[in-house]
Design a protein. Structure first.
Length: 334
């Protein structure tokens, strides 16, 4: 029943916060208790995941299934190929997603979930190995598993003691522990993480200049002494219209840059420019440059600090290999 409108607001607030704190306390305690449940079985589960030649197929019904989806996603994003398989769908044809070289990770607090009890024997018949995370190691699921990770009996935080709350928190924590230990032993790197998170903030932070720079036909190059008019033509004809040209000496080394911004400033200051004049008299000399291995976020900061919209990318011999335009950096934020 909803609280009476005549109830004292202060007492109502205190009661709600007391109950909320109790829920959090119960869930924290359930997770804390897992430390005492970790044993050799956990290590054997890690061995099975590392030895898996296929994918880790995570499954669970109801709230356990929702937790399983998160665990599967965490595994996949940290170097362990994984999919989630809904147990009910598996019993109607999707069992074909499981192969003999796969590993099934089944979640069920009771270990007696009807759909899981039907799915597991079928998966074993296919030849897949099985890790069970359950609160009842003696359950049907526990007996069928190669390795059982027992979270032990858990009191739910639900006032009725029914809704999965503390138990699902424990399932998630243990699943995260598996994923993180496996990731560490695989020596999964920040660069690999970025590869799987190209649109994420961390992925962008770890992106290298060589991944976003303009190169090849999109790299506007001209030689020292090239007439201004020809340089403007090169800038306009280069695919993507980068708004800049990189000037190189007879050895192909970068000696200057000329940009649309330079052109606007010169027109404002001089009023007119002669197309036959060598670009050397108009270009910016000794421009700030970066290497292809530099982080995109570093280049972005440099461009902001120096108030430039383009930055040349050079190799160890100072030969231009690319050009980063401010628009290229904006495009990485999709």
């Amino acid at each position: 029943m909803p609280p009476s409108t005549s109830q004292d607001p202060t007492r109502l607030l205190e009661e709600r916060l007391r109950h909320a704190r109790e829920v959090i306390r119960v869930e924290v305690q359930a997770i804390s208790n897992l430390e005492g449940c970790l044993n050799e079985s956990f290590s054997r589960a890690i061995d099975l995941i590392l030895a898996c030649g296929g994918v880790v197929v995570v499954t669970g019904m109801g709230k356990a299934g929702l937790i399983g989806q998160k665990i599967s996603a965490t595994l996949a994003s940290t170097g362990t190929p994984s999919i989630f398989l809904h147990p009910a769908e598996a019993l109607h044809g999707d069992l074909g997603r499981i192969r003999s070289r796969d590993l099934v990770l089944a979640l069920s607090n009771s270990g007696e979930t009807a759909e899981i009890k039907l799915l597991v024997p079928a998966a074993r018949k296919i030849g897949a190995k099985l890790i069970a995370i359950t609160g009842m190691s003696s359950s049907t699921l526990g007996r069928l598993a190669d390795v059982v990770l027992d979270i032990g009996p858990i009191d739910e935080a639900c006032p009725l003691g029914l809704a999965p709350t503390a138990s699902t928190s424990a399932l998630l924590a243990l699943g995260d522990a598996l994923a993180m230990v496996v990731s560490k032993e695989r020596q999964f790197s920040r660069e690999e993480y970025a590869l799987y998170h190209p649109a994420g903030a961390l992925g962008r932070k770890l992106m290298r200049v060589g991944e976003v720079m303009r190169q090849g036909r999109e790299l506007p190059l001209c030689s020292s002494g090239t007439p201004l008019g020809e340089v403007l033509r090169i800038m306009g004809d280069t695919p993507g219209r980068p708004g800049a040209a990189l000037v190189v000496d007879e050895l192909g080394r970068l000696v200057g840059i000329f940009t649309d911004g330079d052109l606007r400033r010169l027109l404002k200051e001089l009023g007119a420019l002669r197309n036959e004049d060598p670009i050397d008299g108009y270009m910016g000399k000794d421009p700030k440059c970066v290497l292809p291995e530099e982080l995109v976020q570093v280049v972005e900061r440099m461009m902001r600090e120096h108030r430039v919209d383009q930055m040349p990318v050079i190799d160890e011999s100072r030969r231009p290999v690319g050009l980063v335009d401010v628009q290229d950096l904006l495009d990485t934020r999709v």
